[in-house]
Design a protein around this ligand. Structure first.
Ligand code: ARG
Length: 586
């Protein structure tokens, strides 16, 4: 009798994986050459395994054969049945599902089991000093932070690196301009208010004034030879940028990002060049030294014709440092797709020189598309300037506040709650809009759209979450009450909608496992949206709290309240991975 099976502890479920594994084993034992035998388990109320297209025999016979080889009893499977032209319907064991849902409540949400912990070195945000930190860097910051959180949830050790562009020839003109504008810079920090403006001014002079240009080149030489005055100037300029970046990070809640910009790799670059030369990897090309490798569409320029190093050289030094010094065995680069060829070449060349063994070190370029304005053109201000991130965040705050006032939330929330809700909506909607799109696509930045409360938006999700949280609160049950109820209450899942919701909650681990593989966070947002929808179906059909006509509670269905609570826990975990703060009241 399958009902009498003892439920097993399996880290909160992951039903799809378990069934897939069981059926894969059955297929292999029925057909020893059946490695490629399709065995997709789709989800739905009846889960089906299908595997009849390859063998040209009677499909029902094949299904029969597979079932005979299926290891039973399996705690997740209550019964199976052959249907139609060789489908196998699987009835999931309710008792096991119920057990796993209670485990969410008593033990918390667990990552999928069997993850081998790695040391993940992730490069994200990585803006450039003095140049604008633009929406592309915002995307990198948001996606990178979320992937870092996912990695931590999976049990990996995460090193977050901010590979800022803080070295290079542009510092020549910046320093020359600094000397003219703020000659006092060695004594006091120069009051550069707007570094972007400062950059533009110096660029203009550089392009128009030959004498200035010559001086700028001289400045580069002096900086590279570590002349203390020039180093001071360089520090001063970097400091202004750093302060700007930090404002953005503080607002987005980006922590633990280690600044390790291009300048960090100066000595290592020399070593890289030395070793690449010794290994005979460099070729002469019109005065430049380049490196080719299989898998690299374009060669790297390791040394320019004037003897200087490039972005390529610093990335070669960086990858080596991340593998050999930082001991990363999973490197992740969250960088726009425009740099895909550059990164592919870096990875290929690093492999060629033998800095890593691809079977031991995983390297991913997590690329993303361009941010577009509502006119589908490059995201710019009306006057054609790049949008400053701080201004963008300010506008988000204004718009979110307006939205909350439009909904008259000021009548229900205290001032403090309103401020919290405003921030959660503003930053939440910017993050969610980015993360809920397939990162490889370009995406259109639109406050109007991201602040909508229908569809898969942050506002919708935040409301859904607080509504679910409020159900238990309105029944006067605290988190502690719920926790102790969870350990003593059987959840029977007798209503179909309860069962459906529970199975979906247990799919959380499957979703996480998929994202850990393809690093596409939008799948998590889709899942959250599905959870909110299925929850609504459940809530519309199943009374959790019954009240009499005067609104007094007459009956509390504890099993269902526990399901609400489990739902909110799963959603809270999703929010955490997205880097979004789900407020208590909104
Ligand atoms: N600073 C670069 C940019 O703004 C991004 C750096 C990405 N990371 C790297 N290791 N190349 O385009």
């Amino acid at each position: 009798n399958p009902h009498s099976l003892t439920p097993v502890k399996e880290g909160n479920g992951s039903i799809l994986n378990k069934l897939t594994a069981a059926f894969k084993a059955a297929v292999l034992s029925a057909y020893p050459n059946g490695q490629d035998f399709p065995c997709p388990i789709t989800h739905g109320d009846q889960w089906e395994a299908q595997g009849t297209k390859i063998l040209k025999t009677n499909p029902r016979e094949i299904a029969q054969n597979i079932l005979q080889h299926l290891q039973t009893p399996n705690p997740w499977i209550e019964s199976t049945e052959i249907a139609g032209p060789g489908f196998i319907n699987i009835k999931i064991n309710r008792k096991q599902v119920s057990h796993s849902v209670r485990e969410i409540l008593t033990e918390g949400i667990k990552p999928p089991p069997n993850t081998t912990p790695r040391r993940v070195v992730i490069d994200y945000s990585s803006p450039n000093v003095a140049k604008e930190m633009h929406v592309g860097h915002l995307r990198s910051t948001i996606i990178g932070e979320s992937i870092s959180r996912l990695m931590e949830f999976l049990g990996h050790e995460v090193v977050r690196i901010n590979h800022i562009g803080d070295w290079g020839t542009q510092f020549g003109m910046l320093i020359a301009h600094l000397q003219d504008k703020f000659p006092n810079f060695t004594k006091e920090s120069p009051p550069i208010g707007d570094l972007m403006q400062f950059y533009k001014e110096s660029k203009k002079r550089f392009d128009e004034d030959e004498v200035f240009k010559k001086r700028a080149y001289q400045c580069v030489v002096s900086l590279q030879s570590k002349d203390p005055v020039y180093i001071t100037a360089w520090h001063a300029i970097c400091d202004v940028s750093r302060k700007e970046f930090e404002k953005v990070y503080a607002r987005l809640g980006t922590k633990d990002l280690i600044e390790r910009g291009e300048s960090f790799y100066q000595e290592l670059m020399k070593k890289v060049v030395k070793d690449l030369t010794a290994a005979n990897m460099l070729e002469e090309d019109e005065g430049r030294k380049v490196m080719f490798a299989d898998g690299a569409d374009i060669p790297l320029t390791v040394i320019k014709s004037d003897g200087g190093f490039t972005y390529d050289t610093s990335d070669m030094a960086a990858i080596r440092h991340r593998i050999q010094e930082e001991r990363g065995n999973w490197l992740i680069y969250v960088v726009d797709l425009g740099q895909a060829t550059h990164l592919q070449s870096i990875f290929a060349c690093a492999k060629k020189i033998g800095w890593y063994d691809p079977s031991k070190v995983r390297i991913d370029h997590v690329g993303f598309g361009v941010v577009l304005g509502e006119d589908k053109k490059k995201f710019k201000t009306r006057s054609g300037d790049t949008v400053r991130l701080v201004d963008l965040l300010d506008e988000g705050i204004r718009r979110s506040e307006a939205k909350l006032l439009e909904k008259e939330r000021d009548k229900v929330l205290s001032k403090e709650e309103l401020d919290k809700a405003r921030d959660a909506v503003a930053y939440g909607c910017i993050k969610y809009a980015d993360l809920s799109h397939n990162r490889t696509h370009n995406y259109i930045f639109s406050f109007d759209r991201m602040l909508e409360d229908k569809g898969n938006t942050a506002v919708y999700m935040l409301y859904a979450y607080t509504r679910i949280r409020s159900i238990a609160r309105n029944a006067n049950l605290s988190d502690d009450d719920l926790k102790s109820a969870a350990s003593s209450t059987e959840i029977s899942l007798s209503h179909e909608k309860e069962f459906k919701l529970s199975k979906l909650l247990l799919r959380f681990q499957d979703v996480i496992e998929k994202i850990a593989d393809d690093l596409c966070i939008h799948t998590l947002c889709e899942y959250m949206y599905e959870v909110a929808g299925v929850f609504t179906e459940f809530y519309d059909n199943c009374y959790c709290v019954e009240k009499n006509e005067s609104g007094k509670i007459i009956k509390i269905n504890m099993e269902r309240i526990l399901l609400c609570h489990a739902t909110s826990k799963v959603l809270a975990q999703c929010f955490h991975i997205l880097g979004i703060d789900p407020v208590q009241r909104i």
